[in-house]
Design a binder for this molecule. Structure first.
Ligand code: GTP
Ligand code: MG
Length: 249
């Protein structure tokens, strides 16, 4: 696969200080294209910062919400694989290669999600809001696992890699951050192959979370009810992936 076949999509809402750390770091490790899909107040500063770098493209989001941002970015991109990477310094750029490796080795894998339950999280326990969200998140995982007969541990993480065609086929509708659980569920419902790998989540470095428990929890509940009624299609291809264990790497 050529370098241009992979694109790192970074949704960004008021994250200039964080981007100043993330972009140089990612550029040092990879030469994939990066697409910043931005909905910030300080757009000019962010655009000027992106322009310093080769292959870092800036796009101002026309719509609202993270879900819409990811869909706009996927429609703009011409890459075969999209890596979604939050702009708040909570993901480790080194995990990008861990997400991509299974997809590059096994053509049948369509979507790889990072799991904070397997890789650990400093953020999930950082305050009361996050602690409450952890319980909500565990409940959502439980329902998704019942529905699709899976053993998933995380359906909310923003860090994931997915074939662009699969992302578009899934026709997600979430406006905001319920996009992740919807994308995981639609991947499974449409018979695509989904796996999880451990990834660590750090606490955001600068700025504030864009999730407000009171304002956004209804959208998670609504999405979960919709997921319960998803029709499950037959698997499109058999998965041949075996997770690494302590005795077999
Ligand atoms: N383009 C765009 N990006 C957004 C929007 N809302 C959030 N984001 C970005 O999406 C990423 C995830 O948002 P966060 O606020 O960190 O949400 P989260 O990671 O689910 O929640 P925390 O655990 O509290 O950090 C960040 O990079 C945000 O800047 C939006 O409306 N448009
Ligand atoms: Mg975050």
């Amino acid at each position: 696969m050529k370098k241009k076949d992979i694109e790192i999509i970074i949704p960004c809402k008021d994250e200039l200080k964080n981007l100043k750390i993330i972009i140089p770091f990612i550029k040092k490790l990879y030469n994939y294209n990066i697409l910043i899909i931005d909905k910030s107040k300080d757009t000019i500063e962010i655009k000027n910062f992106c322009n310093i770098y080769k292959h870092v493209n800036y796009h101002y989001q026309k719509s609202n919400g993270k879900g819409n941002a990811l869909r706009e970015a996927a429609n703009l991109s011409r890459a075969k694989i999209l890596v979604f990477f939050d702009a708040d310094c909570s993901h480790d750029p080194k995990d990008i290669k861990n997400l991509l490796n299974p997809m590059l080795k096994h053509k049948s894998i369509d979507h790889v999600g990072g799991s904070r339950m397997k890789g650990g999280s400093d953020e999930l326990f950082s305050d009361v809001q996050h602690f409450l969200r952890l319980f909500g998140s565990l409940f959502i995982n439980y329902i998704i696992n019942l529905k699709f007969k899976t053993n998933l541990t995380d359906s909310q993480n923003g860090l994931r890699a997915i074939k662009r065609k699969v992302f578009i086929y899934c026709r997600t509708k979430s406006i905001h951050t319920s996009i992740e659980m919807e994308l995981v569920s639609r991947t499974l419902a449409n018979g695509f192959n989904y796996i999880e790998i451990p990834t660590h989540e750090w606490t955001r470095l600068y700025g504030k979370s864009k999730i407000n428990l009171l304002a956004h929890s209804w959208s998670y509940i609504y999405q979960l009810i919709k997921i319960c009624f998803f029709k499950i299609k037959r698997k499109k291809s058999k998965i041949k992936y075996r997770e690494e264990t302590w005795f077999k790497k």
